[in-house]
Design a protein around this ligand. Structure first.
Ligand SMILES: Cc1cc2nc3c(=O)[nH]c(=O)nc-3n(C[C@H](O)[C@H](O)[C@H](O)COP(=O)(O)O)c2cc1C
Length: 200
């Protein structure tokens, strides 16, 4: 059985273009392989606050020493990390908002990047501990930026995922979605065809 983790971060939930991409891609994977176990998160449905010092102190406190408040604070990061550790394949529905990743996705990253758990510092520098995972980033954008210096999102994602050990990352872009119907249609067709290739 293959374990798949889907992380959506569109503010439009299921109706977001990036969520539609993750669902199209999942359908293609399911057509290829019957035995998939899928866990899906819509981060916009969760009230994930900014990371805080209190939360990090909770992580740093031994489990049996935590106050009930610290246990509750640590639970968010621990559940996100357990889902990641368990997954063979991770599918990220990735809207571009103001040239970057959604703030909810950044809040998720802040909960899964933990020294000693998902990465560690060594004499040779940092080493990611989330190994042997395949990541697909399905990016939805109003404009067209892939391959240009303005696409800081792609570099950021490669860097932070690689830092955690996830170096096998494929990107699919549906770009120009806000540039008129012809542009949007071409974007959907291009993404469909790219996702079909990657799923097979
Ligand atoms: C708050 C906000 C900021 C946006 N910023 C950008 C941007 O910087 N570049 C871009 O190409 N599109 C931008 N867009 C358009 C979105 O990328 C586009 O609507 C995409 O479909 C979003 O994904 P979603 O539908 O899954 O939420 C923005 C949209 C919103 C709502």
């Amino acid at each position: 059985m293959q374990n798949i983790l889907v992380i959506n971060s569109s503010i439009s939930g299921e109706n977001g273009n990036s969520s539609k991409l993750t669902h199209r891609f999942l359908t293609k994977l399911q057509a290829q392989q019957a035995n998939l176990h899928v866990v899906e998160r819509h981060l916009s449905d969760m009230q994930i606050g900014h990371i805080s010092a209190a939360e990090m102190q909770a992580w740093g406190t031994e489990e049996n020493q935590r106050t009930p408040g610290q246990a509750a604070l640590a639970a968010l990061s621990e559940s996100f990390i357990a889902e990641l550790q368990h997954a063979d394949t991770i599918i990220l529905g990735m809207p571009m908002y103001n040239f970057g990743v959604p703030s909810t996705f950044k809040a998720w990253i802040d909960r899964v990047a933990r020294a000693g758990v998902t990465f560690q510092y060594t004499a040779n520098g940092p080493v990611g501990l989330l190994k042997n995972k395949k990541v697909f980033v399905l990016a939805a954008r109003g404009g067209i930026y892939a391959g240009t210096a303005k696409d800081t999102q792609t570099n950021y994602l490669r860097d932070v995922l690689g830092f955690l050990g996830m170096t096998d990352v494929e990107f699919v872009y549906a770009e120009g979605l806000a540039m008129g119907p012809d542009s949007a249609n071409a974007a959907w067709q291009g993404a469909e065809s790219e996702m079909s290739k990657l799923a097979s």
